[in-house]
Design a binder for this molecule. Structure first.
Ligand code: BGP
Length: 488
């Protein structure tokens, strides 16, 4: 019997508007938080905190800046001008699904505009038409690190209750406009990341909350996002009856550094991520989060009906990003550290790391799938996974055998999770299926794609596209629905 992934398995790739599109001030688009995210060329790429700390002065400088090379997301991979060519390349690989986000600022440039920007709406109509022309299903993220900068400066980000209504206006507009083109939706990208980078996810800057408990500000903003996510789910289901709405979490899989019980207990730190997806899946705050609020003297202002709407509109499936696993220990003094997605981790001496320090652990993906399926009993979707590497373009291609090996190993573990562990997996979208600007370091040189984009970290280059070696390999994986992985 041929070993294959399930019939109808949605395999493809993912991008985010703020890292892919560029054209930051074209087509009527407003300025987003990511357009003001500076690339710190002089900071260690593994120092996530230093790379992503933002002050009000940084924003003021960014809004006055004339040198766009300091703000690589303004150019992205210039997807805005290349999307037709790019989607044709995705179709050549046989993509069944293309994950992307709708930039709030293309639709409502300031977030609080009374009327939507028709040019922005038309752009995404064109993108979806291009996908559907090839039989590619769009999978749309409503918020992927793209709040309008006006929401930060005028409303203090998601801390303001008013932003729920503004986000609902955005949701009602895009769900109505694209109801015949988009069936799969995600509400907030890596919903838990607001605690690790409150600026990009929640539009929060600590110096704007003097004399306030900033953790309380973050959790208050999180509550507003929970309400907005539930209302977005309601809008999708009412406007698009066969729609499927997912939450999206950062799957940071923690291993105890030793079998000491206190190291094993440290794995409970995963709850600092699960508490968000638990709330969106179960439609209520988990007891351990409420007790944390109590113990930390955090008071969340809720309005009548909030908890009811959260309970009534939980998500339909659980999606997540998985890049690497990490170790945890009660006492990490003297233990080697390494970078991970949006954080710094204890290094696992048994597994290799990427050029950016992220640990490569395919079995960790299987562990993650089993953990999440056992926890939620809802269909799962891997919507980000991939290897950021220094690719070199030689004679019009890139020999990225290392990327093929990475994906090959991860796909085998996904197969095991499905057929050995009984996990219900809807699909898989590799992160950065085409090279784009890295979220954490703002680099083009941290490349994930099956397609190479000729641009450097300063925005210089032709922006021409080139097929890497992995392009043909992935095309075969899709064509055989994974059977080629198991052929001798
Ligand atoms: C996740 C984001 C993606 C992407 C990915 C890779 O946190 O959801 O937008 O950026 O990380 O991380 P990086 O781009 O920092 O290599």
């Amino acid at each position: 019997m041929t070993k294959q992934f399930p019939e109808g398995f949605l395999r493809g790739g993912a991008v985010a508007a703020n890292q892919y599109e560029g054209a930051w001030n074209e087509g009527g688009k407003g300025i987003s938080v990511s357009d003001c995210a500076k690339h710190h060329f002089d900071v260690d790429v593994q120092d996530y905190k230093a790379q992503n700390e933002v002050t009000t002065k940084d924003i003021e400088d960014a809004l006055k800046a004339t040198d766009n090379s300091l703000y690589p997301k303004r150019q992205g991979a210039d997807g805005y001008h290349h999307y037709k060519e790019d989607i044709a390349l995705l179709a050549e690989m046989g993509f069944k699904v293309f994950r992307m986000s709708i930039a709030w600022t293309r639709i409502f440039p300031n977030g609080d505009d009374e009327q939507p920007n028709e040019e922005g709406l038309q752009y995404y109509d064109n993108v979806f038409d291009e996908c559907l022309k090839y039989g590619i299903q769009p999978l749309v993220t409503m918020s992927h690190y793209e709040p309008p900068i006006n929401i930060v400066l005028k409303y203090n980000g998601w801390y303001s209750r008013e932003v729920i209504n503004l986000f609902v206006r955005f949701d009602e507009t895009i769900c109505e406009r694209y109801k015949d083109k988009v069936k799969y939706w995600l509400t907030f990208n890596e919903v838990d990341s607001i605690i690790r980078h409150p600026y990009t996810t929640g539009g929060l800057i600590e110096d704007r909350f003097p004399n306030q408990n900033f953790r309380e500000v973050i959790f208050q903003s999180m509550h507003n996002q929970f309400v907005a996510s539930a209302l977005a789910t309601k809008i999708c289901h009412e406007k698009i009856p066969d729609s499927k709405v997912g939450c999206m979490l950062t799957k940071l899989s923690y291993y105890p550094y030793t079998c000491k019980p206190e190291d094993v207990l440290q794995q409970q730190d995963m709850r600092s991520t699960y508490c968000y997806s638990d709330t969106q899946v179960f439609g209520e705050y988990p007891a351990y989060l409420l007790s944390r609020f109590e113990n930390e003297n955090i008071h969340i202002k809720m309005e009548d009906g909030d908890l009811e709407v959260m309970k009534k509109y939980p998500v339909d499936f659980v999606s997540f990003s998985y890049y690497s696993s990490s170790c945890v220990a009660k006492d990490d003094t003297g233990l080697k550290k390494t970078a991970a997605n949006t954080m710094t981790a204890i290094k696992n001496p048994y597994i290799p790391t990427s050029d950016w320090g992220w640990q490569i652990d395919p079995i960790g993906l299987r562990v993650s799938l089993v953990e999440l399926y056992d926890r939620y009993r809802k269909p799962l979707f891997v919507v980000e996974n991939g290897l950021g590497a220094k690719d070199e373009l030689i004679n019009g291609t890139v020999d990225d055998q290392y990327r093929i090996d990475y994906h090959d190993a991860h796909f085998r573990e996904m197969y095991n999770a499905i057929y050995e562990d009984g996990v219900e997996l809807m699909g898989y979208t590799s992160w950065g299926c085409i090279d784009l600007v890295s979220e954490s370091t703002k680099q083009m040189s941290k490349r994930y794609g099956f397609i190479y984009v000729d641009a450097d970290d300063y925005g210089n280059g032709t922006y021409n596209r080139y097929r890497k070696k992995s392009f043909g390999w992935y095309k075969n994986v899709i064509a055989t629905n994974g059977a080629c992985l198991f052929e001798d």
